[in-house]
Unconditional design. Structure first.
Length: 119
């Protein structure tokens, strides 16, 4: 079992910045992907960005050039730096962990943190 604790959400004006953090603890497999998803009211949950244990990143087209995902493997923490925020970025942001050890797979979700972009 892997536990994820998110922090860093809040209210910000359009054009502003926020940094989300997600700390993982428990039985973390060395081969894993950690990512951020978001879900706005009335919409499906969507991938925002992900980063593998090897450092490869993937971004949704809507956030490319504005958001940066990074991780500190020593701290088992993943970050999402969000710049040039827009009202359409408003959503609950969830941290996700997907790990693999041989044929064994493990998956966890954080509790979510609200990001609101509004003037």
């Amino acid at each position: 079992q892997v536990q994820l604790v998110e922090s860093g959400g809040g209210l910000v004006q359009p054009g502003g910045s926020l940094r989300l953090s997600c700390a993982a603890s428990g039985s973390i497999f060395s081969i894993n992907v950690m990512g951020w998803y978001r879900q706005a009211p009335g919409k499906e949950r969507e991938l925002v960005a992900s980063v593998t244990s090897g450092g490869s990143t993937n971004y949704a087209d809507s956030v490319k050039g504005r958001f940066t995902i990074s991780r500190d493997n020593a701290k088992n923490t993943v970050y999402l730096q969000m710049n040039s925020l827009k009202p359409e970025d408003t959503a609950v942001y969830y941290c996700n962990y997907e790990g693999r050890y041989g044929l064994v797979k493990s998956s966890s979700w954080g509790q979510g943190t609200q990001v609101t972009v509004s003037s």
